[in-house]
Ligand binder design. Structure first.
Ligand SMILES: NC(=O)c1ccc[n+]([C@@H]2O[C@H](COP(=O)([O-])OP(=O)(O)OC[C@H]3O[C@@H](n4cnc5c(N)ncnc54)[C@H](O)[C@@H]3O)[C@@H](O)[C@H]2O)c1
Length: 245
């Protein structure tokens, strides 16, 4: 995997899978645009990435705010002149409630953060990718968007929306040198644990454990690489052989 002279945007890069992607892209030479609402953590991540010597720009941004996304992406594109790779990873998912007990406001918030953010960032990078006939878009979804998780109806629906959106987009841009794919994790080790290689026991997978942030980042970065040039319009599950719910 070689990302020299490539510019990658990662949303939700402060912790978890997004942080894993920032590490993996950096190790392999990419310049980075790291986005998160948690700016303090992003500062720490930037400090950690210094040893790789790549150009890393960090932005505090609420990905559900269209104007905020436009502002930071205009700045990033003005600085780098292009975006080669977009990883839409930021999302919210920590809510468990019965369907009829899920507040309408939460449905709207989840769709704003999990779905509309993908629209805003994709709109920001597509014109440049089309102009250069080059682009890799990877949207982080979830097995919940495939199977539907009980007590996670709005999260499941938001991720299913992104899977369908990604497949539709992939078909529109396949002839333009742009790929669009989804990665759907099963259970991932808690982002609260700062070790990106941490795993723990889980009955949800036949492998008997969660996946680590780095295992997810490895797949995302592979899809962002030129080694994955003939892969598009896919939703690839990374779930340790999931026991379907
Ligand atoms: N962790 C899991 O078990 C799991 C399973 C399946 C799918 N996923 C998906 O993987 C992705 C990453 O999840 P995770 O668990 O690694 O990280 P996480 O949920 O712990 O953190 C996501 C990051 O996104 C940021 N973020 C949240 N809302 C934001 C907003 N409005 N604007 C900007 N940034 C915002 C957070 O500050 C955080 O740094 C998400 O898309 C999630 O839905 C996670």
């Amino acid at each position: 995997m070689d990302f020299k002279n490539k510019v990658a945007v990662v949303t939700g890069a402060a912790v978890g899978i997004g942080y894993g992607c920032a590490l993996k892209f950096s190790e392999n030479g990419a310049d980075l645009v790291l986005i998160d609402i948690n700016y303090e953590k992003l500062v720490e991540v930037k400090e950690e990435l210094k040893k790789y010597g790549n150009d890393v720009r960090i932005y505090k941004c609420d990905v559900s705010d269209e104007a905020n996304v436009k502002e930071v992406m205009d700045d990033a594109i003005a600085h780098f002149g292009k975006i080669d790779i977009l990883v839409n990873n930021a999302a919210i998912w920590r809510n468990w409630s019965l369907f009829e007990e899920t507040p309408i406001d939460l449905w709207k918030k989840m769709f704003d953060i999990n779905v509309m953010s993908v629209v805003y960032f994709t709109n920001a990078v597509l014109p440049g990718m089309k102009e250069k006939s080059y682009g890799k878009i990877i949207n982080v979804c979830s097995v919940a968007g495939v199977y539907g998780n009980a007590k996670m109806a709005c999260y499941s629906a938001s991720k299913a929306a992104v899977v369908a959106m990604t497949k539709a987009l992939a078909k529109e841009v396949a002839h333009l040198g742009i790929t669009a794919n989804c990665v759907s994790p099963g259970s991932v080790s808690p982002a609260e644990n700062p070790d990106p290689n941490f795993t723990q026991k889980s009955d949800l997978a036949f492998m008997g454990r969660t996946g680590s942030d780095m295992e997810n980042a490895n797949l995302i970065c592979f899809l962002a690489s030129d080694e994955a040039s003939y892969i598009s319009c896919q939703n690839i599950q990374i779930d340790g052989c999931r026991r379907k719910q």
